[in-house]
Write a protein that binds this ligand. Sequence first.
Ligand SMILES: Cc1cc2nc3c(=O)[nH]c(=O)nc-3n(C[C@H](O)[C@H](O)[C@H](O)COP(=O)(O)OP(=O)(O)OC[C@H]3O[C@@H](n4cnc5c(N)ncnc54)[C@H](O)[C@@H]3O)c2cc1C
Length: 409
Amino acid sequence: MRVGILGGGLQGCCLALSLAERGVDVTLFDRNPRLLSRAAVANEGKIHLGYMYANDPSHSTARLMMRGALAFAPFFARHLGLATDSLTVSRPAAYIVHRDSQRTPDYISGYLAAVHALLHEASEGKRGAYFGRDLADQPRKWSTEQREAQFDPQIAVAAFDTPEVAIDPVALADMLRDRLSADRRIDIRLSHEVLSVKDAKSLEVAVATPDGVLSERFDHVVNALWDGRFAINEKRGLLPGRPWLHRLKYGVSFRLPAGTALPPSATFISGPFGEVVSYEDGLTYLTWYPVCLQGISDQIAPPADWPTYPPDPLRSHLLNGTLQAMAQFVPSLRNLDAGKLEDVTVKGGVIVAWGQTDIYDPASELHRRFEIGVTSTGCFHSIDPGKLTMAPWFADVCADRIVGDTGVG
Ligand SMILES: Cc1cc2nc3c(=O)[nH]c(=O)nc-3n(C[C@H](O)[C@H](O)[C@H](O)COP(=O)(O)OP(=O)(O)OC[C@H]3O[C@@H](n4cnc5c(N)ncnc54)[C@H](O)[C@@H]3O)c2cc1C
């Protein structure tokens, strides 16, 4: 059996590993000259345990995210030969209630406690699965003194400890590229733009290559194209009957000068705020929604000219604007001179999600992310990972479906 995987982001790469592990030969197509070059490396790397989704009172998003999160490190432990606690992770995030939050501190406190109870249940028998971390402690509310020491207390009106961490997606991508290219079952085709998937005797994938248009047949095809997914599905009459949004969002990362106090990792909820992701070695990632959200589109595919690496003056605007906004309420960021930071990267990517209105609207569907995953129509499968967090688990779900379907493995 041969499987064609469309898209070499994290979802496509995880699926290639899952299928190869089950004894299936795969061909992985990507239009870029390098695997893992788009959203897979332009994200913040938070491995969501569900705390972020306080505007989904059904808790369905939290339940799904923790399932993905608990499968994340074990997947890479299996495929990269690492112990679950050996991937580098950020300092755990404090959840901060912004004074303009769509939810009150009491509501957030209750929500975090409810998610913790769900996490307790979900992690039973999976000790150490979340990067070797202890998930037993309930999110703890910070004292006023503690909050005042780290944030402007007028803006950060409540703070809670959580065990939630982020991984560095760039470091993960480097390890994965090496791993995939060494796997004899995985045939990688770069600079191959997928044009269509047609029904022939088997499924026929047409690709534009530097040598012209070629087609190849497969027993199963999986669409893991992320922001390119709807365009291919539409040609197969598989367009969803509901609105979606493509959003272009940027983040800024840099290394703090030696000797600088590390900022806390912090996630501001609920609404159009931002995050600080802080690593022990000084690597710092910042995003502030009002500055970093730079495009929104309800078209079949996002505009082709949305840049991953923005040119100046946009780059400087993103760097300085984000730093200034966050420094207003995270004092440890105040004395940084943007011009003197090392390893500065300003990078963005597309976020695909169901919805019609932006997150400024508390009722926006963007606050709920549980309607994602693998959809199969015969031997054609389409994966909406929804989040980086979910890619390894959905890869195993899809691989099991394909292998179960044919008996291979
Ligand atoms: C700024 C930002 C922050 C984020 N933060 C988080 C976070 O903290 N936690 C989290 O869980 N998630 C986060 N996400 C979401 C996460 O990055 C995505 O859900 C996930 O990376 C998408 O899957 P992917 O990696 O496969 O996508 P991609 O990396 O975009 O992979 C899709 C691949 O398909 C290729 N492609 C597209 N169209 C075609 C075509 N026609 N032919 C051939 N190839 C094509 C592209 O080149 C690309 O390599 C964030 C996203 C952004 C943008």
